[in-house]
Design a protein around this ligand. Structure first.
Ligand SMILES: Nc1ncnc2c1ncn2[C@@H]1O[C@H](COP(=O)(O)OP(=O)(O)OP(=O)(O)O)[C@@H](O)[C@H]1O
Length: 365
């Protein structure tokens, strides 16, 4: 188990606020340059990553999403050098870590914390002992350890659980301890490997809000691996999509969600938004609605409402919203809405043509 704590320097407990760097041109905090990773050799060789090039900026909450076996864990384990690259370069805070000795790597790891799906707490130590452990390894003086652990318990809202053991805690509380432990030595990067996959939706929400505070209040760059698009939507500002070891898409969450380019990404997005009617929905809609059914993309800059209002005013068109939804991210809103259009064939056709001038329109078949 790594808490990323070895060799951490003693210092002021709190990190300064660091602004988000969306659109900045400063050097990335983490860079993958044409990185490949192959496990094993010969006929048994497995290509876990294939030529991945990726930048993560300081201040990002960066999500890495992909199906089972896509290479997400391998990629994240390469950030803290738990796995080495077969080819390519990984540059962290300006240092190419692919050329470092194990001793130098320990120094790099001391700038990172990691949390896990199964929490990885030590069952024989109480909460205080778990959080203090990385400080003990880093040889912090006892009084500083105490001050830091108290500060972290306060930050994660578990002051009253200091002397409880992991088995006495809920899943959400265990993950809070995991987060406190990962932050103990003031890392600049927090790696979260499926950190909410074992939690129920309400607890997931709490942990995600806490990760957001880690980012915004402590200035820690957070890299989140997940197979849940909801997690991406909820906290990330940027997202990378992996498919069988390849990076198939990367961008702001708004870009990737509202205009997914690859099929795999489209499926992830649709699974999270559930705004496109499936076969059963379409049958039901057709039974209930006799008009023409069209699916329209809704984004920030279209004028769907205005088009519909105008056509209703100047013709016999009537319309209804019969399926779908719009979701909101910090940099925009988008989604898909199924409309029923009723009127003479000419006014329905005109309406579809006008909608096509402002957005993507599909007939629901
Ligand atoms: N130590 C290893 N030895 C051999 N193969 C490995 C090893 N670690 C990972 N792999 C293989 O590399 C590929 C990518 O695995 P990885 O765990 O990175 O994927 P993942 O996207 O995190 O998947 P999951 O969501 O299922 O955890 C898989 O085919 C996996 O079996």
């Amino acid at each position: 188990m790594s808490t990323g704590a070895e060799g951490a320097p003693a210092g002021a407990p709190s990190s300064p606020d660091r602004p988000r760097t969306d659109g900045d041109t400063v050097a990335p905090l983490i860079q993958f340059q044409d990185v490949s990773k192959t496990f094993g050799q010969g006929p048994d060789a497995v290509s876990a990553l294939r030529g991945v090039t990726l930048d993560i900026q300081a201040g990002d909450i960066f999500a890495i999403i992909g199906g089972s076996g896509a290479g997400k864990s391998t990629l994240v384990r390469m950030i803290n050098a738990l796995e080495s690259a077969t080819a390519g370069h990984i540059v962290i805070e300006g240092t190419d870590i692919t050329t470092l000795s194990e001793r130098e790597l320990r120094q790099v790891r001391s700038r990172m914390g990691m949390i896990f799906q199964q929490f990885n707490l030590m069952r024989s130590r109480h909460v205080y002992g778990n959080i203090a452990y990385p400080l003990k390894i880093a040889k912090w003086p006892k009084d500083k350890q105490k001050a830091r652990v108290t500060e972290l318990l306060n930050f994660v809202g578990l002051l009253d659980k200091a002397w409880s053991y992991p088995d006495q805690l809920s899943g959400g509380q265990k993950q809070r301890v995991g987060i406190a432990r990962a932050l103990a030595t003031n890392p600049s990067i927090l790696l979260a490997d499926e950190s909410t996959s074992a939690l129920d939706p309400e607890t997931t929400e709490d942990v995600l809000r806490l990760l957001q505070r880690v980012n915004s209040e402590l200035g820690v760059t957070v890299v989140v691996i997940t197979h849940e698009m909801d997690v991406v939507r909820s906290i990330a500002n940027r997202v990378a999509v992996l498919d069988r070891g390849r990076l198939i898409e990367v961008g702001s969450v708004y870009e990737v969600f509202s205009r997914p380019q690859a099929d795999t990404t489209r499926k992830f997005v649709e699974s999270a938004l559930r705004d496109r009617p499936d076969g059963v929905d379409v049958e039901r809609l057709k039974q209930r609605h006799q008009g023409r059914l069209v699916l329209v993309d809704v984004t920030n800059d279209d004028r769907i409402g205005r088009v519909l209002a105008h056509r209703a005013r100047v013709s016999d068109l009537e319309f209804d919203f019969v399926f779908g939804g719009i979701t909101s991210l910090h940099d925009g809103s988008f989604g898909k809405i199924t409309l029923e259009l009723v009127g003479s064939p000419d006014s329905v056709d005109r309406t579809v043509a006008d909608l096509r001038a402002v957005t993507v329109v599909e007939d629901v078949a």
